[in-house]
Design a protein around this ligand. Structure first.
Ligand code: SF4
Ligand code: SF4
Length: 101
């Protein structure tokens, strides 16, 4: 996951095109363009070699590629008032009141 930014300071010297070991850059209209940023191995040669300081290699980012997560609706809890109350149990008769023989 790499994002490469070439600023307008690029003078078109082609140093990055020739020094990148995995051929990330191509020249377009006299400027360097990172056309294969996904191949970048983060060696940072281009950043250090660029005489204009025009390159930024940012690790952990890609071009905006938003993936929306599917929406999962949570199960709603029933309202308290709709929960049936348990029937009250009648007290069992106890032995109270019965006299011992
Ligand atoms: S090394 Fe820098 S100035 Fe030269 S082409 Fe690449 S980005 Fe442009
Ligand atoms: S960091 Fe290395 S691999 Fe990545 S674009 Fe620059 S020179 Fe190429």
């Amino acid at each position: 996951m790499v994002r490469i930014i070439v600023s307008s300071k690029c003078s078109g010297c082609e140093t990055c095109v020739n020094s990148c070991p995995v051929s990330v850059y191509e020249m377009k209209d006299g400027k360097s363009v990172p056309v294969r940023a996904e191949d970048c191995i983060l060696c940072r040669t281009c950043e250090s070699q660029c005489p204009e300081g025009a390159i930024q290699v940012i690790e952990g980012e890609t071009e905006p590629a938003k993936v929306e997560e599917p929406k999962v609706e949570k199960a709603k809890k029933p309202e308290k008032s709709k929960i049936p109350k348990p029937a009250k149990l009648k007290k069992k008769s106890t032995l109270k009141g019965k006299k011992k023989k």
